[in-house]
Design a protein around this ligand. Structure first.
Ligand SMILES: [Zn+2]
Length: 716
């Protein structure tokens, strides 16, 4: 970038903390096309140079080196990441219609540039040439190169002529099918409604849900009266979206209505114009074709090629361990629900149906430990939770976290704070992070996430660049004199995102392509985040930070015990449910054949007797709404949730083994976690990193125990 362009467009500065306030929608529209034009030009120049070098090298000249291929490629990608990363970030945290429009107007061109680089034939050949001298590369370089080659191969770059044309055409068709699938689910969800007018029809519902339903009636407003619906007088409009259907099934005392809504929910997108059944068969058949074109036996192998799990058999093994432990527990849990229904004299006690499960689970949960999430808020003011979190990090990882004064770093909102991370021993600066804790409805995306602001590297002037993370949460803001008081879930979420942040910030990898979370297989990427969640249940950590914001009283012991009990409540059913989804996904992508005489739904039903304790009802067409694997990125990857939990639970159990109260041992184990998982990132295989920390391969024992289950020995 020329200096004049970067001064007139702060969005093109390309390094340093972004000047957020200077980045306007207008600038996005002007600067991004300019940047893409430059990058496309430089990519063409790089391709031309590599082409020359390749032919010179094949004629006996000097072989291609890392700095001729990987470094220029990285710099092209990094300039785009810096600029487009800021735009995407602001789009998530300071959204306005104008900014959203500007973001959307550039997105296709940004994606196109990524595809162009990722499918460049010359670059692929250059990488292959580098691969031939892999012995001269260090282990990190070899891993970066292997991942790059693999990703390009999976995009079909290695295919020739008609084969490649067919591959590309199928990729396009698959993208269209995925978007149709998702739209069908959305439309089927949105078209079904049920108007409730009699107060008896909302019996048992909490006020917040009644207000939501009344609000839906007001918005729909088809009939006079609907337009001024109120939570108390109705009417109330029920729908199939999660925020309405999940609490309705949990709280509604009207069994007939629970049945109606449940039947509609499980039959979504399975009939008429919105029927996803034919799309599922087509998607599976096309994925199988793509896999074979790429030289794999099935789509599951394609998915696993870029993951930590080594083979379909390995994933099946894990799922079977979890299934064996969860199945008897889920049966017992169902029996407990029956007994609970029977104690209440409910007619359904003799034969519970799927639409009864959430309801009786909620009754039992309240009777067993009356844990009111809202009531715990006063013990978790944000400032104290942060001190607890930072103190834990200091204790485990020997880092010191210090707040900066307002104005020391550019921000995008007055609520945002910037912190520095220092090495505990030397005091040397290691990293920084932004914390944007509060919800801002209307301008900030919901949920919580960690993202890269700056990666560890070297500036154009040759200075070291320290990593900086964005940590975004959506908790309640302070009100008047009352500070932000967090629910326990929000505390867990903050710890989770901070775990991702730690892996980004404490990396010691010199090569940016494998530093922090870069190049970490995605079934392993939740290891540090879920690991940190475990500490919220650790007595010392929790009791150290949970103090009433007004009285300073510690959290009552009884509440702590309830939190522990709530963690494993219905744990067998929850685990079994995930196993059912994961195994169905895996079998569909490894065993199902288009002409095998079995529909995908039949395959799922064949698995049901051993992976569910209440058989799916006849109209249950769950697959037709399984967007994760047919419209999202989880195909043959749904198992990743459990896979990563195995790693994080097992990592935490290293601390349990040495004794959570044995300070010296906890400290030593924490340092080892910092020096392996947090520091090595994507520079080694996740299995190697895990073993370096744990001294052995991962085991599912800890996860099973933490879920309140017992491992069942397996005949091998
Ligand atoms: Zn996460």
């Amino acid at each position: 970038m020329t200096p004049s362009a970067s001064t007139s467009f702060p969005l093109l500065a390309g390094e340093g903390l972004p000047p957020f306030e200077a980045i306007t929608p207008e600038q996005v529209r002007q600067a991004i096309p300019l940047l893409l034009e430059q990058l496309n030009g430089e990519l063409s120049a790089l391709e031309a140079r590599l082409e020359q070098r390749l032919s010179a090298a094949s004629g006996g000249g000097q072989p291609l080196g890392w700095s001729e291929v990987m470094e220029p490629l990285h710099h092209l990608g990094e300039r785009l990441r810096w600029s487009w990363g800021v735009v995407s970030h602001l789009n998530g945290v300071c959204n306005t219609p104008d900014l959203r429009d500007a973001h959307q107007s550039q997105q296709a061109a940004v994606v196109a540039f990524g595809s162009r680089a990722g499918q460049s034939r010359v670059i692929y050949q250059a990488l292959e040439a580098l691969q031939q001298q892999a012995s001269q590369l260090d282990a990190t370089q070899q891993r970066i190169l292997a991942a790059e080659l693999r990703d390009m191969q999976l995009r079909g770059v290695g295919l020739e002529g008609a084969e490649q044309e067919a591959f590309n055409a199928t990729t396009t068709e698959l993208a269209r099918l995925a978007s149709d699938f998702g739209n069908h689910v959305l439309d089927a969800t949105n078209t079904w409604t049920l108007k409730l007018s009699d107060p008896s029809e909302v019996a048992g519902l909490p006020d917040s849900l009644k207000e939501l339903l009344a609000q839906a009636a007001r918005q729909a407003g088809q009939e006079p009266g609907d337009a001024d619906a109120s939570a108390a007088a109705g009417p109330w409009l029920l729908g199939l979206d999660m925020p309405r259907v999940v609490p309705f099934l949990k709280y509604s005392r009207r069994r007939d209505l629970r049945e109606t809504v449940y039947r509609a929910q499980v039959a979504r997108a399975s009939s008429g114009d919105l029927n996803n059944g034919p799309l599922i068969e087509r998607i599976l058949a096309l994925r199988l074709e793509q896999a074979r074109r790429l030289g794999y036996a099935n789509w599951a192998e394609v998915s696993l090629a870029s993951k930590m799990a080594g083979s379909v058999a390995e994933v099946e093994q894990l799922l079977e361990e979890l299934r064996l432990a969860a199945y008897p527990a889920a049966q017992q849990e169902l029996e407990q629900l029956r007994q609970c229904a029977s104690r209440h004299g409910a007619a359904e006690a003799s034969e519970l149906k799927p639409w009864d499960v959430s309801f009786w689970a909620e009754v039992l949960r309240q009777e067993s430990f009356e844990l009111d999430g809202e009531a715990l808020r006063p013990w978790f003011p944000l400032e104290q939770v942060l001190q607890g979190l930072f103190g834990l990090c200091q204790r485990l990882f020997d880092i010191r976290i210090v707040s900066t004064d307002p104005g020391e770093a550019p921000t995008w909102h007055p609520d945002v704070r910037y912190f520095r991370v220092l090495d505990g021993a030397s005091g040397a600066p290691l990293a920084g992070f932004y914390l944007d804790p509060f919800s801002r409805p209307g301008s900030k995306r919901g949920g919580a996430w960690m993202d890269e602001c700056l990666g560890r590297g070297v500036s154009r002037a040759g200075e070291p660049v320290l990593p900086v993370a964005y940590l975004i949460c959506n908790q309640s803001p302070p009100m008047g004199e009352t500070p932000s008081l967090m629910t326990f879930d929000e505390v867990e979420t903050l710890f989770h995102e901070f775990g991702h942040g730690l892996q980004h910030m404490l990396t010691t990898v010199e090569r940016p392509q494998a530093a922090g979370i870069n190049n970490v297989e995605w079934d392993a990427v939740e290891l540090p985040s879920q690991f940190m969640e475990n500490w919220c249940y650790d007595r010392n950590t929790l009791m150290g930070m949970a103090r009433h914001w007004q009285t300073g009283e510690p959290l009552p012991e009884a509440d702590y015990q309830k939190l522990l009990a709530a963690r494993t409540f219905m744990g067998g059913s929850a685990t079994l449910r995930q196993v059912h989804f994961a195994l169905t996904d895996l079998r569909l992508h490894s065993q199902w054949m288009p002409d095998g005489g079995q529909s995908p739904e039949q395959l799922r039903r064949e698995l049901a007797p051993t992976t569910t304790v209440l058989e799916p009802i006849p109209e249950d067409a769950f697959l037709c709404a399984f967007s994760h694997i047919f419209a999202g990125g989880y195909s043959a990857g749904y198992y990743s949730y459990k896979w990563a939990e195995v790693l994080s639970a097992d990592a935490f159990s290293a601390f349990e083994e040495v004794g959570l109260d044995v300070e010296d041992e906890v400290v030593a184990t924490g340092r080892r976690f910092r020096d392996t998982v947090l520091s090595l990132g994507g520079s080694r295989s996740p299995a190697e990193v895990f073993e370096a920390f744990r001294g052995r391969p991962p085991s599912s024992e800890a996860l099973i125990r933490h879920s309140g289950l017992k491992a069942v020995p397996q005949a091998r």
